[in-house]
Design a protein around this ligand. Structure first.
Ligand code: IVH
Length: 666
């Protein structure tokens, strides 16, 4: 073996060892700096000798190339939901049913923390991580393999010389509280909306199309279950957790085996307060019958297994005074009432503001300014007001009345068609404009670097920016005259603005913020119409017929284009040189594989897993995870297994890699 090959292989092993020490044992043996040095050496080697790089090299953890979208994959075994309980008596009820179901057998329970993150499933074929999927609807989820590879603690390879043919590992991806706080601080600086809680930010991170961005979010994993498996057996949850640990997965060390429901209850309650000291969020405990044969005997109901239950922690509440209500103006003019509270301690943080959502909420809950109110945090970082306490009223409390005019611009305020929201009708309301600029410049939209909240405030307040197109008219002198903007930062901002011109139609549509058109819908529309011109000309029926659009969105989109201000905005943006179309591969439509559903199995010569999926996407084909009657082709590489058999059974056309290349026209 050549020296560089030996060195690379040693580096791989060494880095994986340190990954395990860090993520699994929380006992790092080297400093971050030393670790980075090893990783850098491997990255450099792989650059120099590209043949060294492979899909399970630890260098993948920094995130590979961005992808265009997520493919749906079917879980080998469904990811079931579990029943919730909220009190000791409900837990005892659960135990009674278990005991009854087991007859003379007594259950022993494994009690684990319920990590408040995002459930995922990882597929290992012959010890190699080949796919990572979100829970989705329990039957199928999104293929987020490239992002999951960047999650701390996810083994790219099982730590064993003798890997099972197949292993489906279930676990929870989460964001540690400290990382979450840092992320939100950063977002505020960049003028982006804060994430509500670590769970939401985890879910958002896993859906990022650029794995490098996901890597920067520093997510972590706890593994706690096995789905499908071949070539391996376990008898209990104890064995499952041990096996997962031995294979190199981070397993939460707080799992406790208990033999009586009284002990289970006491144990669960003991975590009620202790959980706040953990560095990550939990929303309860999961109680599982330990013995798998007993689980089998208990079976599942239509909804969830009979052998497992969650004990949910009670939401944290506090009583405080509502000092006043302020109105926040959204980018489409929606007025959201926000409560200012007498600061109060709640689940480890001081709470002084809470959203009141809308007028209906205020009325149904009869919340008045000056009321004593109960604030709650149910796993959410943003607290909300559960109810007022009318018995504590002094008579001075006042119901909140929405103003007739916008508190910022003075334009008329109207109630919207559905009646829950008040809206500012002002066409040049600065509050709306500021929000619009923020959303336009946001990372998921036009991604204008260095255009943060403070600068937006100044640009709008000084009148330099009156419409989104004005952003592109800004000059160096104007910017350098703003507060806290030197020449260099002005240049940086101008660079950021210039770079945003080429983002393409999907991001432009996201940035324009049409009602009901979020990131995903914008993407669908951009792929469908390719150009702004074609999109602007599409009629309502045409729009409504697109999968995922429907009549409400279609009407709202048409309404947006009917507005002359919006038409002018598009014109000005076009004049400013903004890219008004989407570069979608032109091969797609003409390829013989366009629209076909293809399953790939076994090892291919020319492609890694993600490469073939990207290729299929570019060809306009749909990569699917499992073979069914609807599958058009099974692309079978070397060592194809059960999928090949299934395809034969169903009479699905099987093609080799060579045949695939011919069909693909390459
Ligand atoms: S076991 C069929 N164990 O809670 C039972 N779930 O399941 C499979 N969760 O969103 C689930 N921590 O992702 C299990 N230690 C744990 C868990 C856990 C968190 C999540 C899971 C799912 C929800 C209910």
């Amino acid at each position: 073996m050549a020296d560089h090959v030996k060195r690379a292989s040693w580096l791989c092993e060494e880095i994986e060892k340190h990954n395990r020490l860090y993520y699994q044992e929380a006992k790092p043996e080297i400093s971050d700096k030393e670790y980075d040095k090893l990783l850098k050496e491997l990255v450099d080697l792989e650059k120099k000798y590209p043949e060294l790089a492979n899909a399970n090299s630890p260098t993948q953890r920094v995130g590979g190339a961005p992808i265009d979208g997520f493919v749906t994959l079917k879980h080998r075994l469904p990811m079931l939901s579990i029943d919730n309980t909220y009190s000791p008596s409900e837990l005892k009820e659960f135990d009674k049913k278990v005991c009854k179901g087991l007859g003379n057998d007594k259950p022993s329970y494994m009690v684990e923390l319920k990590i408040d993150g995002v459930a995922i499933s990882l597929i290992y074929e012959n010890g190699i991580l080949t796919a990572g999927v979100t829970r989705g609807d329990g039957e199928k989820g999104d293929d987020v393999t490239q992002n999951l590879k960047t999650v701390g603690g996810v083994p790219l390879k099982l730590n064993t010389k003798n890997p099972p043919a197949l292993l489906e590992v279930r676990g929870e991806v989460y964001m540690a509280r400290a990382n979450f706080a840092r992320l939100n601080e950063q977002r505020v600086k960049e003028g982006l909306d804060k994430f509500a809680n670590p769970r939401n930010s985890t879910a958002g991170s896993l859906k990022l199309l650029d794995p490098k961005l996901c890597a920067a979010r520093k997510l972590s994993l706890f593994a706690y279950a096995i789905g499908a498996m071949e070539g391996i057996q376990v008898k209990s949850q104890t064995e499952t957790l041990k096996l997962l640990h031995d294979f190199g997965f981070p397993v939460n060390s707080n799992a406790t085996q208990l033999d009586s429901i009284e002990e289970v209850v006491a144990h669960c309650e003991s975590w009620n307060d202790k959980r706040h000291d953990l560095p990550y969020d939990t929303d309860g405990m999961v109680i599982k019958v330990n013995d798998l044969a007993q689980r089998e005997k208990l079976g599942i109901t239509t909804k969830s297994p009979r052998w497992v239950v969650a004990y949910k922690f009670a939401a944290e509440q506090a009583l405080t005074r509502l000092l006043n209500i302020e109105l926040q103006v959204g980018r489409q003019g929606t007025l959201t009432p926000v409560a200012h509270l007498d600061p109060v301690q709640l689940a480890g943080t001081t709470v002084s503001r809470a959203s009141l959502h809308n007028d209906d909420n205020l009325k149904t809950k009869d919340i008045r300014v000056g009321d004593m109110v109960v604030v709650e945090k149910a796993g959410e970082i943003i607290p909300y007001i559960v109810r007022s306490e009318p018995s504590l009223r002094t008579g001075k409390e006042k119901p909140f009345v929405f103003p007739k005019v916008c508190p910022v611009c003075g334009a008329d305020v109207v109630k919207d068609a559905k009646g829950a929201f008040y809206r500012c009708t002002g066409t040049d309301c600065v509050a709306q404009l500021k929000r619009r600029v923020r959303s336009y410049a946001a990372r998921n939209a036009m991604d204008i670097e260095n255009l943060g909240e403070e600068i937006i405030e100044q640009l709008v307040d000084t009148g330099l920016v009156k419409t989104l197109a004005d952003i592109y008219k800004l000059g160096l002198n104007q910017l350098a005259n703003l507060e806290r903007m030197g020449e260099q930062s002005s240049r940086n901002l101008l660079d950021g603005i210039a770079a945003s011109k080429s983002r393409g139609l999907a991001r432009l549509l996201t940035g324009l913020g049409l009602r009901h058109v979020g990131e995903n819908v914008a993407d669908v529309l951009a792929r469908k119409f390719i150009s702004m011109k074609a999109f602007a000309q599409a009629n309502e029926e045409e729009l409504a017929a697109i999968e995922g659009i429907g009549p409400e969105r279609a009407a709202s989109i048409r309404g947006w284009f009917a507005n002359t201000t919006n038409q002018e905005l598009i014109e000005s943006l076009e004049k400013a040189g903004i890219k008004m179309d989407e570069s979608v591969s032109t091969v797609a439509a003409s390829s013989a594989l366009a629209g076909k559903s293809i399953v790939v199995t076994g090892t291919l010569v020319k492609y890694g897993r993600e490469e073939i999926e990207r290729r299929l996407r570019d060809l306009g084909a749909k990569a699917s995870g499992s073979v069914s009657k609807k599958t058009d082709y099974l692309l079978a590489g070397e060592k194809a297994g059960s999928k090949l058999e299934k395809a034969r059974e169903l009479g699905v056309r099987i093609i080799t890699e060579e045949e695939f290349e011919k069909l693909a026209g390459s």
